[in-house]
Design a protein around this ligand. Structure first.
Ligand SMILES: *Cc1c(COP(=O)(O)O)cnc(C)c1O
Length: 372
């Protein structure tokens, strides 16, 4: 049997390099609470990502939850059903009601043309996702938010390093969050971050992630524990040196996929926007069953039989899950495009270790499976 090709694989720094960090941590005898490597990683990521203010978190979900706390978001928040479930869970944990709005069929992101109809007097914010690292239509979303005095919090978990017209899309909105989970393009094993626009907001966020402490004896608000430890910060520093290389490998794989898929009837892929520098975090394809010959699920199973593990991100839609499916906005009639895309998508294996041989194995299954 052929070796298994997984949808992703973590970016490990060379072990010897990580060990030198560990030896230093053992010497310093400082494991967490804003240590040396935590501080260094925040600085390096600020520079690397071209953002001004950056706060590390123990994971992306706590970063999302804390971002909503930092802005005191309440009531209803407009969001996308086409994302990882943590996007809505962060609202739920803040006692906020998610209001699902349909997505654009080309970008798979929240459709700005459908946002205004979902705004009520209870709406306090919009929480879009740059899904697969594809930038949201920020200009239009901002125009709507400004008109209705709403905050914007971007779930930018997929958007590490993504630039539009030369600047980072992580600067969009009031706050943006990243995830550094092991399955993401860049990882600290588990981890995340909030990007904000002022030193004052960063201080506020830093306090919130440390129980709300301001100094030794003062607690001004009910914070949480969402701190990233020194060992994980060191892992992040060690692997940051290899991220450009890894993204370059992903880019090559994406080019090979696109060229091959252009020749296959009934399969399409996400079109790139002009002026955007992508990170190739995912490679979603969309199956048109009538054209291709077999269904999305049938292709998914066929890939699996060949030891190729794609993932149906994002299926089911968040709005389909038990905590949310009774909300009026979760009705399939309200989300026809998202429902259709969730039924037709497969994310193909995409990571820095895909070999030419792996890619040709995947492509030959895509070519053959539809003909049967
Ligand atoms: C991964 C992910 C999250 C959650 O991040 P964690 O670090 O796993 O908590 C949130 N939103 C999206 C869109 C994600 O893909």
């Amino acid at each position: 049997m052929n070796k298994t090709i997984t949808v992703t694989t973590p970016l490990f720094p060379p072990l010897e390099e990580f060990e030198t960090y560990l030896e230093d941590i053992w010497k310093r005898k400082w494991l967490t609470n804003n240590g040396h490597y935590h501080e260094l990683l925040e600085k390096e990521l600020c520079d690397y990502l071209q953002v001004k203010h950056f706060s590390l978190f123990s994971n992306g979900t706590l970063a999302l939850i804390t971002a909503l706390q930092a802005l005191q978001i309440k009531g209803e928040v407009i969001t996308t059903p086409f994302s990882f479930v943590a996007t809505s869970h962060a609202l739920w944990w803040n006692g906020i009601k998610p209001v699902f709005v349909d997505i654009d069929p080309v970008t798979c992101n929240l459709d700005p043309a459908k946002i205004e109809a979902a705004i009520t007097p209870a709406t306090s914010a919009i929480m879009p996702v740059h899904v697969y690292g594809n930038p949201c239509d920020h200009d239009k979303i901002k125009e709507i938010a400004d008109r209705h005095q709403l905050k914007i919090i971007y779930d930018a978990a997929h958007a590490f390093t993504v630039n539009q017209n030369g600047s980072s899309i992580l600067n969009y909105g009031d706050l943006s969050i990243l995830s550094f989970h092991a399955t993401k393009t860049y990882s600290t094993i588990e981890g995340g971050a909030i990007i904000c626009h002022s030193a004052e907001m960063k201080r506020h966020i830093d306090n919130l992630k440390n129980f709300g402490f301001r100094g030794e004896t003062v607690v001004e608000e009910p914070g949480i524990n969402a701190k990233l430890n020194e060992v994980q910060a060191a892992y992040g520093l060690a692997s940051l040196k290899y991220i450009d290389q890894a993204i370059e490998k992903r880019k090559k794989a994406a080019q090979i996929y696109r060229k091959a898929i252009d020749q296959i009837k009934g399969i399409s892929y996400l079109q790139e926007m002009k002026g955007v520098k992508y990170n190739y975090s995912y490679f979603p394809i969309f199956i048109d069953e009538a054209e291709y010959g077999i269904s999305r699920d049938c292709l998914y199973e066929t890939l699996k039989e060949h030891n190729i593990l794609g993932r149906r991100y994002f299926y089911p839609l968040i709005s389909h899950f038990t905590p949310y499916h009774d909300l009026p906005s979760a009705s399939p009639d309200n989300l026809p495009i998202a429902a259709h895309i969730a039924e037709s998508v497969i994310c193909l294996p995409m990571h820095h270790e895909l070999s030419d041989e792996d890619l040709s194995r995947i492509i030959s299954v895509l070519k053959e499976a539809g003909r049967k």
